[in-house]
Design a protein around this ligand. Structure first.
Ligand code: MN
Length: 278
């Protein structure tokens, strides 16, 4: 098996190193990751500037993988579409992210977007995040990443579906177990700090803290906060299927014309002039 790892915290993140080590028993671990932190960059891709790929080496000069001056989605595109095109990985694992990716955070997450990109390109994928902004111990999340990856490799995933895995930042014995969840509505409670730069011009800096507002026990943020490992099947089909039927009733008010097929003029006899054109 070949497993590609990437992330959004950057190639030197300890979470990525922990992930590489954890996945090593499953096969050959390939690495293509951003050269610096790209957290909260979502699914951005680079199309107006060149992408540069550098070898990423260990302190002894041993080859680990590649770093890219691009986004997490760029890294996956490059890995599957060019670098490893001839011998593509069997799975892409993104993480381990420093901080949870639950609720609306999924939209902004480079970690989840890397996994999403892999799935769009047809490769099974998972995103793994650890529920702490200052993690000290990556070992439990790394173990979970390996378990989930092993099962995905063995059983595959439904089309267009990736797994978003969030692991509580707790000692192993304090983890309650695994819950299969849905994306909740929790998110960052954001605040703009306004300060003055050395030229006395104001600048704005977005800050805030993640707040769990979900109370339903089937949501990702609730489960994680309670101490469960949360696994959410995520799709990149953003259609709000529940709203389709309701919107059908709007159609007649949105466009009053008749469709071209319905308004094809009937053939007229040349000898019967149109009214009012004599
Ligand atoms: Mn991150």
């Amino acid at each position: 098996m070949r497993l590609l790892v990437t992330n959004d915290d950057g190639v030197s993140s300890p979470g990525l190193a922990a992930l590489r080590s954890a996945l090593a028993p499953l096969g050959e671990v390939l690495l293509v990751a951003p050269d610096a932190e790209r957290s909260a960059i979502g699914h951005a891709i680079t199309t107006s500037t060149p992408l540069r790929v550098s070898e990423y080496l260990d302190p002894q000069g041993g080859f680990i993988g590649y770093s890219v001056n691009g986004t997490p989605a760029d890294c996956v595109k490059l890995a599957l579409g060019s670098i490893h095109r001839s011998n593509p990985p069997d799975i892409v694992v993104s993480g381990i992210n420093r901080g949870q990716n639950t609720g609306t955070s999924i939209i902004y997450s480079g970690t989840v977007s890397a996994a999403t990109e892999a799935r769009i390109l047809g490769c099974p994928s998972i995103a793994v995040s650890l529920g702490s902004a200052q993690p000290k111990d990556w070992s439990v999340a790394a173990e979970v990443a390996c378990s989930v990856a092993r099962l995905v490799l063995a059983r595959g995933l439904p089309e267009r579906v990736l797994l978003n895995v969030n692991v509580p930042a707790r000692p192993r014995e304090e983890i309650l177990g695994v819950r299969i969840t849905r994306q909740g509505q929790s998110g960052f409670e954001e605040v703009f700090h306004i300060r003055a730069d050395p030229r006395r011009e104001p600048y704005y800096w977005l800050a805030g803290a993640f707040r769990v507002t979900d109370v339903e026990e089937d949501t990702d943020a609730w489960a994680l906060e309670q101490g469960w490992i949360s696994i959410t099947p995520v799709s990149y089909d953003l259609t709000a299927k529940d709203a389709l039927a309701g919107l059908e009733a709007w159609r007649s008010e949105l466009w009053s014309g008749t469709s071209p097929q319905a308004s094809v003029p009937k053939r007229r006899s040349p000898k019967s002039p149109r009214p009012g054109t004599m």
